[in-house]
Design a protein around this ligand. Sequence first.
Ligand code: FAD
Length: 57
Amino acid sequence: MVDLDEKGYIKSIDGVHTKTKRIYVAGDARVKDLRQLTTAVSDGSIAATVAIKEMDK
Ligand SMILES: Cc1cc2nc3c(=O)[nH]c(=O)nc-3n(C[C@H](O)[C@H](O)[C@H](O)COP(=O)(O)OP(=O)(O)OC[C@H]3O[C@@H](n4cnc5c(N)ncnc54)[C@H](O)[C@@H]3O)c2cc1C
């Protein structure tokens, strides 16, 4: 349902969406340059907001 890179991290299309509709990714699990608390919290906030908007449609 999701694509992984060679290290096993989840690939995202735009930092939030995966290739499967309504499967989102955030934090250390995704392919990214910086794995820190601040970036994980940011990812989670954005993914949750996007998910709510898309589920409201
Ligand atoms: C030793 C160490 C020191 C660090 N020090 C710092 C620091 O000083 N400052 C900083 O900003 N960042 C630091 N980091 C990085 C920071 O901890 C991470 O970037 C951040 O915790 C990522 O948050 P996350 O929610 O994406 O993942 P995580 O915090 O790893 O949370 C993922 C959660 O998912 C759970 N989980 C996994 N698989 C499943 C499953 N199949 N079903 C249900 N639950 C599951 C795990 O048990 C875990 O609780 C450190 C990391 C490590 C390893």
